[in-house]
Design a binder for this molecule. Structure first.
Ligand code: NAD
Ligand code: TDX
Length: 334
């Protein structure tokens, strides 16, 4: 039985990854260390509460004492824990530097003292910055342009430095924009789907022509699993969905699917430093033997259906009563 320490496992991608791994491999134990910030939600893992191979620990990756206590039982670290929303990093960057950079440092230090088998740093395509034409390969320079992406770039290179300097078995993944179930409704797709369901305006930043590459979250989880068993140590792997869309295309698709009027589209002030386009060259991962499986339209339809059927999950996240509910439900102090 291998023990995985999944940090940030109560967030969007982390919770999908924990579920994916427990279903796929019968010989893994998943220990989820999560601080339960506004983005961490035990509802995301409700179905796993009684799974004997799953354990939840409420805690901060910046807490050296706690991390050092947990690490001796760990074989593989998968570091998802991060402040992840670009808009919040523009308004209040401090937590991004603390968690994304210092927290990663704490995990790396504990990992190197405990001879772990693998350390997977979940980085992002945003570390490269914006690209007008073509696509970034793993060796292209990083030009992050928000406090979020700059923090992630710091963590990404710090993890690499532990491979070069201390031989820590590190791998780094840089994925494009994920979508799917349990995605916090502050990000484009879940915000627009849930607003449209409620007949609320969809706030499009600037001219709406910014481009993102989209990947279904389950494909991302599978790619991480594939890289951890087939990828080389010390390497970076881009993970993309090969689905470039403008924000306007995404918005129009959602409105059409939900049979809502285009009049819900509302153009608002642009995000500061808004990256125009992200694009990844994923030939390195393709050559290694992995490609995404999900068709974009089918996966987006499936995602929209999930939000229609799971109002219990997102309605409270969008209401002011959420914190009260949360404290009662889990007897915790978030
Ligand atoms: P999320 O915001 O939904 O989840 C982050 C989780 O980390 C939450 O559960 C939160 O409680 C936890 N957390 C935050 N600070 C913590 C701390 N100090 N200690 C312990 N736990 C803490 O984010 P997400 O969208 O699931 O992203 C997960 C990871 O994947 C991040 O590292 C992000 O940079 C990366 N990533 C995300 C995307 C995307 O499209 N969402 C794409 C590429 C990479
Ligand atoms: O209300 C909105 N209106 C809007 O036009 C929101 C929330 C977003 N947008 C635009 C901004 C971006 O061009 O939509 C695009 C996507 O925005 P986000 O969902 O905030 O994602 P992005 O900024 O691209 O970052 C995401 O992908 C990479 C994740 O949040 C990061 O964690 C990940 O690293």
């Amino acid at each position: 039985m291998k023990t995985f320490l999944v940090t940030g496992g109560a967030g969007f991608i982390g919770s999908n990854y924990v579920r994916y791994m427990l279903n796929k491999h019968k010989d893994v134990r998943m220990v989820n260390l999560d601080k339960l910030t506004y983005a961490g939600n035990l509802d995301n893992l409700k179905d796993l509460k009684n799974n004997s191979r799953y354990k939840f620990i409420k805690g901060d990756i910046c807490n050296e004492v706690l991390v050092n206590e947990i690490m001796p039982e760990v074989d593989v670290v998968v570091n998802f824990a991060a402040e992840s929303h670009v808009d919040r990093s523009i308004g209040a960057p401090a937590d991004f530097i603390k968690t994304d950079v210092f927290g990663t440092f704490v995990l790396l230090e504990a990992a190197r003292r405990n001879n772990i088998e693998r350390f997977i740093q979940i980085s992002t395509d945003e570390v490269y910055g914006s690209i007008e034409n073509g696509a970034f390969t793993e060796t292209d320079p990083m030009m992050p342009s928000s406090p979020y992406s700059a923090s992630k770039a710091g963590a990404d290179r710090l993890a690499y430095s532990y491979f070069v300097t201390y031989d820590l078995p590190v791998q780094i993944t840089r994925c494009s924009n994920n979508f799917g179930p349990y995605h916090y409704p502050e990000k484009l797709i879940p915000l627009f789907v849930t607003n449209a369901i409620e007949d609320k305006p969809l706030p499009i930043y600037g001219d709406g022509k910014n481009v993102r590459d989209w990947i279904y979250v389950e494909d991302h989880c599978e790619a991480i699993d594939f890289i951890s068993s087939h990828g080389k140590l010390g390497e970076v792997y881009n993970i993309g969905g090969d689905n470039e869309k403008t924000n306007l295309e995404i918005t129009e698709y959602i409105l059409k699917k939900l049979e809502k009027p285009k009049s819900l589209m509302t153009f608002v002030k642009d995000r500061l430093g808004h990256d125009r386009r992200y694009a990844l060259d994923c030939s390195k991962l393709h050559k290694l033997g992995w490609k995404p499986k999900f068709d974009f339209d089918e996966a987006l339809d499936k995602t929209i259906k999930w939000y229609i059927e799971n109002r219990w999950w997102w309605e409270k996240l969008k209401s002011g009563e959420y914190l009260e509910y949360y404290k009662k439900q889990y007897n915790l102090n978030p």
